[in-house]
Design a protein around this ligand. Sequence first.
Ligand code: SAM
Length: 248
Amino acid sequence: MQDGARAVVVDPVQAALAALVAPGSTVIDVGGGSGTRAVPLARQGCVVTVVDSSIDALAILRRRAAEAGVADRVHAVQADADRLAGVVPQGQADLVVCHHLLEQVDDLPSTLSSLAAALRPGGRLSLLVPGLLSAVLGQALAGRAGEARAMLADPAGRWGPRDPLRRRFDIAGISADLAAAGLEVDQVTGLGVVSGLLSGRSTQASDGDLAALEQELAVHEPLRRIAGDLHVLARKPVPSNPDPAPSP
Ligand SMILES: C[S@@+](CC[C@H](N)C(=O)[O-])C[C@H]1O[C@@H](n2cnc3c(N)ncnc32)[C@H](O)[C@@H]1O
């Protein structure tokens, strides 16, 4: 691309979700908040249940869904992710979305098992989780080598007890966590290579240039490993047919 050429900036996560669903698909968005993903998916014709612990976020969700004309396809359920099995049907969802929540939950294996249990066989899971290596490099670039080393040494990727996140993820770790929950990873994409490293520091780049640069960097394989967020798509395997009973 020539200097100054304008890139068409798309939201890669929304594009990935859009490709997984069709009108009538059932979607559960756990920790879906005010509907950043739920409302566009409902616009596509999906029936979306948002499970979130915040009454305030769900109130905003209902208002946004009404404004978008999709209130009949968006259901807001106030519940903790721990209680997912009690508030959504089991084994039926075409797509479960869980973005920016796993870094906060108490019991990661239990939450991942609940997400898997909500999916139908062949259904897909979309996770957005904070990348460990990006945070380590961000600390190092900010002159906090001690915190960077602590994050690398800690199994949860935290820099200490006052770290606001309960955990961070690398590709091998989240893949193993998903396998333990009975899910197969289809794809891991890195989001926000530069913004993760900037970690709140200012830049002279415009928002549009930065977004375009992120899009161009994201296709370079080594960089996805140091992206600020990892977007993981996984699937629930379809059980293979048991061997037919031997004929008498
Ligand atoms: C960082 S926001 C992410 C919102 C949305 N998923 C997104 O990516 O834009 C986290 C959301 O999870 C909700 N939340 C936090 N802990 C939760 C829990 N244990 N169970 C259900 N929702 C939770 C919060 O209320 C909030 O709406």
